[in-house]
Design a protein around this ligand. Structure first.
Ligand code: FCB
Length: 458
């Protein structure tokens, strides 16, 4: 089936979070534990030994957070569901109390005039499924389709924007190649299967969602330009391999029904024949493509490294965020143009974009995060310029609404446009949040002018 462009509104200004990173109360009301719950409770896995047991306490404070969204004038809010709240064992028995939480959240969003955009899987897999092999087990594909069916039935009348998976590449690469995310495996040959199962799971969920008429269903991928970090031919080839490995692995199958021609070279692993046949069936299974963009990478060939055998050159400290990611706004424009040029037409959304900085704690009710204001301004400009040049991009979601639990970095990285004091759970809108509010209110026109911190209209 071909993409249906009219399922998406012309434009949305939004912000994003994910369940595990903001909710806290991971086992409340009958929820089953997730792989990330177990991982964060394993010593040595997360910086500072932090866990997400409280996070932003959004599970209990969501009405206040919806109030913040209203204050910022958000048109849409992208969040994810914790699979294990709804299906504690990953399949079978439904936990209605978990589902009720999301019912209330959706209702409040709609009441506040904020359109919900729901991601089914943002990395927190029910522990029971992980125990049975997680994404390396083909049975997880059907479990995901079943989970999709359950939530589409419960929320599909009010939620019209859906994402199946967030960044399947990270699930595969961090979980199965580098082993820094759960399940912590370093087995490229298994990673190949994982990528394949993620693709099949995505396509199955889209099929189920379409059959249930739930609106637009898409996939979110993280993309970054891969630039050679040297003049040597082998560095150029290294960048090419990384491009296939990171940017094309999931998109070529979705748009063309086949894996990239150089996928084996990029993985340094044979690609099983049966995967190539099966993957034909995923072609066209998306109504839109969500793109998460943070940075580019500058790479050199490194024969010692795991696939795709590249080493990333570090950016200059003053040109990077506290994640060590280079601030490179033009890469967002480059990425949007690349996708629009490379693949058949499908509406695009920027589903995440943002930066971590060492923000000062609130003083006098204010957080002066000028670097983030600048970051957002320059990146949004790239998006609007690409749109003006004909790229069918339908919205921008910043990451993130709130400072939150940044995976293996714990609470050390602040990405929010709202500051969270994790000791008191007090929220303070940062200057970047006020800036974004004016961007939204002026529908982007503010970007042409300089921003001054509002004193009167807060
Ligand atoms: C993305 C993730 C998101 C957040 C940002 C900083 O890869 O999707 O959850 O951690 O990075």
């Amino acid at each position: 089936m071909e993409p249906t462009t009219q399922l998406l509104p012309p434009w949305l200004w939004g912000a994003a979070t994910s369940a595990f990173q903001v909710e806290g109360s991971p086992l409340a009301d009958g929820a089953g534990p997730s792989n990330w719950y177990v991982f964060t409770h394993t010593p040595g896995k997360v910086r500072g030994g932090h866990t997400a047991d409280v996070a932003c306490d959004h599970y209990r404070r969501f009405p206040e957070d919806v109030g913040l969204m209203r204050q910022l004038g958000l048109q849409a809010y992208r969040f994810s569901l914790a699979w294990g709240r709804i299906l504690p064992e990953g399949r079978g028995r439904i936990n209605t109390r978990g589902l009720d939480f999301y019912q209330r959240l959706v209702d409040q969003l709609l009441e506040a005039g904020v359109q919900p955009m729901v991601t089914l899987f943002h990395w927190d897999l029910p522990w029971e499924l992980e125990r049975q092999g997680g994404w390396a087990n083909p049975a997880t594909v059907e479990a995901f389709a079943h989970y999709g069916q359950v939530v589409f039935r419960a929320l599909g009348d009010r939620v019209r924007l859906w994402v199946t998976l967030n960044e399947p590449w990270v699930v595969m690469d961090a979980g199965y190649v580098h082993g820094v995310h759960p399940p912590g495996r370093r087995e490229p040959a298994v990673a190949v299967r994982v990528a394949h199962h993620l693709l099949l799971a995505h396509a199955r969920a889209v099929q189920v969602g379409r059959a249930q008429g739930v609106g637009a269903v898409g996939l979110v991928v993280n993309l970054e330009p891969k630039h050679p970090g040297g003049e040597r031919e082998e560095d150029r080839q290294a960048a090419q391999r990384a491009h296939t490995y990171n940017n094309r692995l999931f998109l070529d199958p979705l748009f063309f029904g086949r894996y990239p021609e150089d996928v084996e070279e990029a993985f340094g692993t044979p690609w099983p024949e049966e995967l190539c046949c099966q993957v034909e069936q995923v072609r066209g299974s998306l109504d839109f493509l969500g793109i998460n963009y943070y940075t580019r990478s500058v790479l050199v060939h490194d024969p010692q490294a795991p696939p795709p055998k590249v080493r990333r050159l570090p950016p200059l400290a003053e040109a990077s965020t506290t994640m060590g990611w280079e601030i490179y706004p033009q890469g967002l424009g480059e990425t949007l143009h690349w996708v629009a040029h490379q693949y058949p037409k499908v509406p695009l959304l920027v589903t995440e974009n943002g930066a971590a900085f060492a923000d000062p704690p609130p003083g006098g009710g204010r957080v002066a995060d000028q670097r983030r204001v600048r970051f957002l301004r320059e990146h949004i400009q790239q998006v609007l310029a690409a749109r003006a040049q004909g790229v069918d991009v339908r919205g921008y979601f910043l990451w993130s609404l709130l400072d939150n639990f940044e995976w293996t970095e714990g609470y050390f990285q602040r990405f929010g446009v709202v500051y969270v004091d994790f000791a008191s759970q007090q929220r303070t809108i940062k200057d970047s949040g006020w800036f974004y509010r004016q961007v939204i209110a002026s529908d982007g026109r503010l970007l042409q002018h300089s921003f001054t911190f509002p004193s009167g209209d807060r």
